[in-house]
Structure formats: C-alpha cells, structure tokens
Design a protein around this ligand. Structure first.
Ligand SMILES: *[C@@H]1O[C@H](CO)[C@@H](O)[C@H](O)[C@H]1NC(C)=O
Ligand SMILES: *[C@@H]1O[C@H](CO)[C@@H](O)[C@H](O)[C@H]1NC(C)=O
Ligand SMILES: *[C@@H]1O[C@H](CO)[C@@H](O)[C@H](O)[C@H]1NC(C)=O
Ligand SMILES: *[C@@H]1O[C@H](CO)[C@@H](O)[C@H](O)[C@H]1NC(C)=O
Length: 347
C-alpha cells in the first residue's frame, strides 16, 4: 500500500531538453499519478490519472510556478470529469524558454468552501523556444555622412537570440528625394556599424531579433539623417549616375539669381560711370561755353565790332543778348552731350 518512489525522467524535446520530474508521494486516496507534461512555446500541457478515487474530488487546481519565482504565475481549474489541461477553465499563457513546475492539486468540498484533498503531483519542464517579441527601437550612438552606429537592448525573452537583423531604408533629402532601397545588416551582438549609406538622407532603422525558432517582429523604427559630406560631396553627387539632379536643388536657382543681380549691378555701375564721365564732358560744355563768353565778352565784342565773327560766336552773342541767364542758353539749342545729362538726372 505505502509506496515511496522517485524517478527522474528526461525528455528530449524538439529544441530544448526539458526535465520532467514525476513525483508520487505517500497517499492513501485520491492520488494524482502519471502526470505527463507536454511543453509548447507558451504553454505546458499536462495529463494525469487519479488513483484510489474516493469520489470526493470535484475538480483539480493546476498551477505553473516559474523557476526561482516560488509563486504560481498561471493556474486553471479542471473539472474532475477530465484529467487534462485541455479542459482548463481558462487556458493560460506562459513565457517561452522558461522552466516551470506544474502542480496538479485535487480539490474537494469542505463545507461551503473548497479544500485541498488527496495527494497532488508536480513535475517541471521548460517551455519551448519561440520567436522573440519586438524590441525597443535602436539608439543611434554615432552618425556620419555614410555610416551610423546603432545599439539596442535584447527583447524581453528568456530565449537565446542567435542574431539580429537591422532593416533600413531611407529617403534622399536632396536632388529628386529618391527613396533608397530597403537593406539589411546582421549582427550577433546588440550593436552594429552600418556603412555604405547615402549622405544627407533620412534613414529608418528597425531591429529584428531571431531565436532558433525564427525571426520576431521588427522594432519600431528609429529615424536618423546622415550628415552632409565634405567639399567633394557635391561633385561626387553630380557625378553620380543615379543622381539625376544636383545638390541642393535650390542651388542653381540661387546661382542664377545672384548671377543676374551681379550682372545687373555691374551693368548699372558701368552705365553710371559712362554717364558720369559723359556728364562731366557735357557739363563742361554746358558751363564753359557761356563762361568763356562771359569771361571774354570784350574779345567777342571786339571781334563783333571787327566784323570777323564765326558762326558759333555769333550764336553765343545772340543768346547772351536774348536771355539774361547763361543756363537758359543750352535749353534753346541743346548740344548732344546735354541729352546724356538729362538721362543721368533721371537715372
Ligand atoms: C463539471 O462536470 C459536471 C458533470 O461532469 C458538470 O455538471 C459541470 O457543469 C462541470 N463544471 C464545469 C465548470 O465545467
Ligand atoms: C524622416 O522621416 C520620418 C518618416 O517619414 C519623418 O517622420 C521625419 O520627420 C523625417 N525626418 C526628417 C529630418 O525629415
Ligand atoms: C539568423 O538566425 C536565423 C534563425 O536561426 C537564421 O535563419 C538566419 O539565417 C540567421 N542569419 C544570419 C545572417 O546568420
Ligand atoms: C566620376 O566618377 C567616376 C567613377 O565613379 C570617376 O572615375 C571619375 O573620375 C569621376 N569624375 C569626376 C569629374 O569626378
């Protein structure tokens, strides 16, 4: 009747070796025995038998206690008509790659409440490898014109991450704002340096972790704009066959505007100088001619009296006599230089 035995059974599971400990403790009635565990990625199913039933057991309390925690993080009730977790009232979810102790406790009615009865059974097993959950976005620890260094943290999984894939894409922020092809880089650690990037482009970086079970979901992206390059950058960009327009797009327009402004300014300066000198000549003509006339009226008169007057002198004499002011003289018969004088004034 009294049988005390312990046996350890090692089950080789698909990817993780899990330990199944079947424990049969001393009991007289309502003994849970033949407890078998069936580990999955997020659940450890169990089946058992009830030895020496008294008929008092109304249901079983099945609990899953993670290794090192000590208290059950998941549990369910199984009607006594069934002896499997497939009949759980609530089907729990467990962490993958985690060692759990599974306990099946028979329950009986003790008055108005339920009490433990009979002899429970326990066994332990690891949940299987699962794909990792999405991690947090990577952090940019350094950025250059054609490379970045990223770091990130391991996603919340107890499974071993075998490698990380950084998926990146970008949009050029100059020229035709081309969308850059989606690329990936691999790393076995939680940091990577990605080279071969296009300068001054808005990149997005997402990290995908992989366990032996496969790749998980990508993290949210981190955006990062690569720096502009040195002086050779523009030359190289313009020489790049994939770049159909120059950098930056507004540069040619600015150059054109500046060029036009400089050209117009130079033209006006030259014109101004030309007009200035012409005005000087014109002014000297305008002023000196009457001045001469005024300075040497005696000569004119003398010549006038002598009857040896040239046509020009005759004109001056006539004008000075007709108009009192010497400045009105050119208005009556403006010399060609004076037109430029007026132009200069208008300008
Ligand atoms: C347990 O099983 C009995 C009959 O076997 C049934 O009447 C009862 O509703 C079941 N309880 C639950 C919670 O499934
Ligand atoms: C980069 O692209 C993202 C997504 O389109 C956008 O939210 C972000 O503002 C961009 N960054 C810059 C600097 O343009
Ligand atoms: C990363 O790990 C996954 C899962 O084992 C594998 O399929 C993939 O080939 C690995 N990638 C690299 C680059 O090693
Ligand atoms: C343009 O690029 C090609 C190859 O990338 C190089 O051989 C050539 O010297 C470049 N020309 C100029 C003007 O930079």
């Amino acid at each position: 009747m009294v049988e005390l035995s312990r046996s350890l059974v090692y089950l080789g599971c698909l990817l993780v070796s899990s330990t199944l400990q079947i424990q049969t403790v001393r009991a007289a009635k309502d003994v849970v025995s033949q407890l078998k565990l069936y580990p999955q990625k997020t659940m450890i199913d169990a089946t058992w038998e009830l030895q020496e039933p008294t008929g008092e057991v109304i249901r079983y309390l099945v609990s899953w206690i993670p290794d090192g925690v000590g208290v059950a993080t998941a549990s369910c009730y199984v009607n006594s008509s069934a002896t499997s977790t497939s009949a759980c009232d609530v089907y729990p979810t467990l962490d993958s790659c985690t060692l759990y102790t599974v306990t099946v406790q028979p329950k009986a009615l003790g008055g108005s409440t339920q009490i433990n009865t009979g002899t429970p059974a326990s066994a332990a097993a690891y949940t299987l490898q699962d794909v990792p959950p999405a991690g947090s976005p990577p952090e940019v620890s350094s950025v250059a014109s054609r490379s970045v260094t990223l770091t990130w943290t391991k996603p919340a999984t107890k499974c071993e991450v075998v490698n990380y894939t950084v998926v990146y894409s970008g949009q050029v922020m100059w020229g035709n704002h081309a969308t850059l092809e989606v690329n990936s880089a691999y790393s076995k650690t939680t940091t990577i340096n990605i080279a071969g990037l296009t300068p001054y482009s808005n990149y997005s970086f997402s990290v995908v972790a992989a366990t032996a079970a496969g790749k998980g979901e990508p993290s949210l992206p981190t955006y990062c704009v690569t720096q502009e390059d040195d002086d050779n950058f523009r030359k190289n960009l313009n020489n790049d066959s994939t770049s159909t327009s120059s950098f930056p797009p507004s540069e040619p327009n600015i150059g054109l505007i500046v060029g036009m402004l400089v050209g117009i300014s130079l033209f006006l300066m030259v014109l101004g100088l030309l007009i200035y000198f012409r005005r000087q000549i014109g002014a000297s003509c305008c002023k000196e001619a009457p001045a001469k006339h005024i300075e040497s009226p005696s000569n004119k008169i003398e010549r006038d009296t002598a009857g040896n007057i040239p046509l020009a002198d005759q004109r001056y004499t006539q004008m000075s006599s007709d108009a009192g002011s010497q400045y009105e003289i050119p208005l009556l018969t403006p010399p060609p230089q004076l037109k430029i004088c007026f132009m200069y004034i208008l300008y």
